[in-house]
Write a protein that binds this ligand. Structure first.
Ligand SMILES: O=C(O)[C@@H](CO)OP(=O)(O)O
Length: 228
């Protein structure tokens, strides 16, 4: 039966500093690196060994993938990087301190920006210090200026269907190293979580989540590998 493993990147510098990150390319902290290594060790220990990997084009996810694969003895498997697995774009909130933003706009408003299904944060103004227009990795890509979870789903799911699902159908054990909200998009789809209920789903850093799927890629089970 096909198996899909999801891992959110380890702690990043802006997770540590409690800042809205989105597409900004923040690296892992030393703790984040250790979390990624521990994730790979867990894969090896439980014998859940990926044969194909996917990640975003953001450093924190790519390095998490590489640390985990190295720890699992699987650095040699094929890997694909794609922007569609990037974190949700945080728009004009990018770089701001989450607690200061809550003090300014209220907890309720910040919760809506962070966890509502279809309300995007304010847009990132062109020419802002966090404008990625000049970043070579995004050449030819229509960079969003903000995204809700719904917008994120609209680019993650078609990519899952086109690139990842065929690997699962071919019997590969697929590892995806990505981000809190691009992975929430996938979990919502695979576990069939309603729009209204997705607000409550949090994905911890560096914790492998395993989906056991049937031949039609319907999820039979979803669990944290650490709990098996
Ligand atoms: O800042 C971000 O990009 C994300 C993930 O760290 O934060 P949030 O928990 O608000 O979705």
């Amino acid at each position: 039966m096909p198996r899909l493993i999801l891992v959110r990147h380890g702690q990043s510098q802006w997770n540590l500093e409690n800042r809205f990150t989105g597409w900004w390319d923040v690296d892992l902290t030393a703790q984040g690196e250790a979390e990624a290594i521990a994730a790979g060790q867990l894969l090896a220990e439980k014998g859940v060994l990926p044969t194909v990997a996917f990640t975003s084009i953001q450093t924190r996810a790519i390095r998490t993938l590489h640390f985990a694969l190295e720890a699992a003895g699987r650095l040699w498997i094929p890997e694909t990087k794609d922007w569609r697995l990037n974190e949700r774009h945080y728009g004009g909130l990018t770089g701001l301190d989450k607690a200061e933003t809550a003090a300014r706009h209220g907890d309720e408003q910040v919760k809506i920006w962070r966890r509502s299904f279809d309300i995007p944060p304010p847009v990132l103004e062109a020419g802002s210090q966090y404008d990625l227009g000049g970043d070579a990795r995004y050449a030819g890509i229509a960079i969003p200026n903000t995204e809700s979870l719904k917008d994120t789903i609209a680019r993650v799911l078609p990519y899952y269907e086109a690139a990842i699902a065929p690997e699962l159908r071919a019997g590969e054990t697929v590892l995806i190293a990505a981000h809190g909200n691009s992975l929430r998009a996938l979990v919502k789809h695979l576990s069939n979580i309603a729009d209204a209920d997705i607000t409550g789903l949090e994905i911890p850093t560096g914790q492998p989540i395993v989906f056991e799927l049937d031949e039609n890629l319907v999820a039979l089970e979803r669990y944290y590998l650490s709990e098996r």
